[in-house]
Design a protein around this ligand. Sequence first.
Ligand code: NI
Ligand code: MN
Length: 224
Amino acid sequence: MKLRYLGHAAFEIKTQEKTILIDPFLKNNPKACAKPEDFEKVDLIFVTHAHADHLGDAPQIAKRARAKIIAMYDIAQWLTENFGVETIGMNYGSANIEGLQVIMVPAWHSSSFEGKTIGNACGFIISTEGKRIYHAGDTCVFSDMKLFSDLYRIDVALLPIGGYFVMDVEQCLKAVELIRPKVVIPMHYNTWPLIQANAQEFKEKAEKLGVKVALLEPEEEIEV
Ligand code: NI
Ligand code: MN
């Protein structure tokens, strides 16, 4: 499958059968390499929490591309009520959704939209075509990352490094030790001045821990 970075925490996964988006924040994203209108055929959209830099353009894309949004149950219900989109609500646990194994894991973070708390924040471990991708969402480091990576061997981990609202480089290096993925792609940094991070420093230090780090510019993709 192909994994393409769209900027900030947004990714596109293309398998043989499906096009999947995660946290498609595009329109107001200064680093986005794509527009919501670019996505005409999408099957599933994963949303880690309701903050605008993650929910982003998910409702608009879902309507246009007839995609289903997978989110925490409470967020999914709110999306259906407010935006009239088709959703699949789940909670921390595991589900089989259209041939994918989807594990929803905690993320230590809040979840709100226009000042109102909606559901909780999560990360996703998505398995398809024999590979597992972990999108951590917005979170600090926490020791249960090890528990989940023991249960579900992670091939590619998408981890925030920008600090302030999420892990910084130092915390993320600890997360890498706990998760031990084959490849790490740092995200959620340098979108705005408040979340600047030295990705090169992260790469050098993480590679000393024995993982491969792919520093992707928006639009770049890797084969998983
Ligand atoms: Ni957030
Ligand atoms: Mn965020």
